[in-house]
Design a protein around this ligand. Sequence first.
Ligand code: NAD
Length: 312
Amino acid sequence: MLNCLVTGAAGFIGSHLVDRLLEMGHHVVGVDNLVLGKMVNLEHASHSGNFIFQKLDVNDYPGCLEFLRLRHFEKPFDLVWHLAANSDIQAGGANPDIDMQLTFLTTFNLLKMMQALKIPRLAFASTSAIYGAHPGAVVEETGPLLPISNYGAMKLASEAAISAACERFLQVCWIFRFPNVVGSRATHGAIYDPDELEVLGDGTQEKPYLHVGELIEAMIFIQQQSKEKRNLFNISPVETVSTVRYLAEKVIELAAPDARIRYTGGDRGWIGDVPKFRYSVRKLENLGWAPKLTSNQAVDLAVQENLGILKS
Ligand SMILES: NC(=O)c1ccc[n+]([C@@H]2O[C@H](COP(=O)([O-])OP(=O)(O)OC[C@H]3O[C@@H](n4cnc5c(N)ncnc54)[C@H](O)[C@@H]3O)[C@@H](O)[C@H]2O)c1
């Protein structure tokens, strides 16, 4: 069984990952500064004797290093899952310091701590936003990588810092480029706000949506099966996308049939939004894993799961 550190543990995806790792019998130390994460997301994990949570800012280098040193001394960390970041892309567009601090410096500081403590393995939550706007389905080798959001730029910088760390001290890294992820416990984003029927853009944006349960399955599968020094994977539903209009209409249909949708107009939701986006997941399929849900099915399931919140 592994001893894992999860950063961003109280967030949407981090908390699902924590639950799954505990279910697999691993020991998990979770840290989160709770800027976006919520303790309620860790309600399930808190009942496990194999879970420790600490409210910590990964950018508090001395404080975080001290905490990790003590834990590492008690039981050495085998693997770090780094999910702490700014997930509010629009906020990062308005104030670039946010992504510099929360998306890039968390990675940079974490790498320094991992080097100081000699922790050998890192799994990292990256994003489709590192590709920028590309016609056609992007593969892992697609380039040049010219992100159009600060968030994407700082994730790409994080990938670069992790790759360089593999030359110095990291034995192995796994970099997962997520699509849009949906499911319960979302702290932000498309289907979180119960009463918000305003849709940014004209609704024609098309993106792949993946259910968080399948995302976690894919991450764990890749971490276990892909044995390169640097392991880089797109994760997404296979060749399906959903329009933002589909998502909005599904929310209305199930949660508020009398409500109306108001589109703000324009072909993109915000500065840095990539309006139409497609992923190739051939590399992941060749490794032996593919999601079962289409993008629309993932959206349907996520809306169902969030009905309680959406109707409240
Ligand atoms: N949700 C998506 O659709 C999506 C898509 C692509 C990539 N990602 C990436 O996946 C990861 C998880 O995303 P999420 O959707 O769960 O977002 P989230 O906001 O729910 O989770 C991120 C967590 O990191 C924490 N955090 C931020 N800065 C921190 C710091 N300095 N120290 C400690 N904790 C800090 C936040 O409090 C939050 O709980 C992020 O790295 C995100 O960029 C998410």
